[in-house]
Write a protein that binds this ligand. Sequence first.
Ligand code: UDP
Length: 241
Amino acid sequence: MVKKPRFKRIILKISGEVLVGEEEYGISSRVISAISREIKEVTTRGVQVAVVVGGGNLFRGVDASSRGMDRATADYMGMLATVINGLALQDALEKAGVPTRVQSAIEMRQVAEPYIRRRALRHMEKARVVIFAGGTGNPYFSTDTAASLRAMEIGADVLLKATKVDGVYDSDPMKNKEALKFDRLSYIDVLKKNLRVMDATAVSLCMDNHLPIIVFNARKKGNILRAVMGEKVGTIIGDMG
Ligand code: UDP
């Protein structure tokens, strides 16, 4: 008997820091192709997939505003960066044979569809991977918040947050060898302990709407599929039976 996936519809959040891979800046073609192959594997199991891409590998609003740039302008630049990543992911997915559509929260007709919820749902029903770019379309937000928001809107069963570490730790595992990894966490613990895995807006949106989050390492081959199949990977935040 072939095992059934645990989830029918997922939102996969891929941050810029995953896409940069071993490069210093920009997009690693090795990483983006590897992730695309994994997404393909997930779709062949009949799972509907939407992806929210970050932009931190290209531009981060807060960093630029700390150097004196107007925050809203810097954030719009950050949102444009996510469109660049979205197009790169679309290219890699289509090379892997996966039909995709990019929908941007900031209108950009020549390169992407505008974000239209019902249209996104239709694409997913037709087994197309929908890439949500442009974040929420608003400054002062993050692509993690965009992922939570879109997850709610499309009725996703889970938010899979792909990172470059194995899950949520009590301190930065890149800096502290003694850092402890959590297997499970409640939303409120993430907020109270200030665990910085996601910003508070994103976490509280998931909390209010009971959306489970799985934080896992995207660098380990097969992890996306493992998470979708319900195998134990990374850290689970929230209620998930
Ligand atoms: N951003 C924004 N509103 C959003 C999503 C993103 O203003 O709804 C901007 C913000 O400046 C952010 C940048 O886009 O720094 C890139 O997104 P993010 O930092 O979330 O990307 P990641 O850390 O996932 O790579």
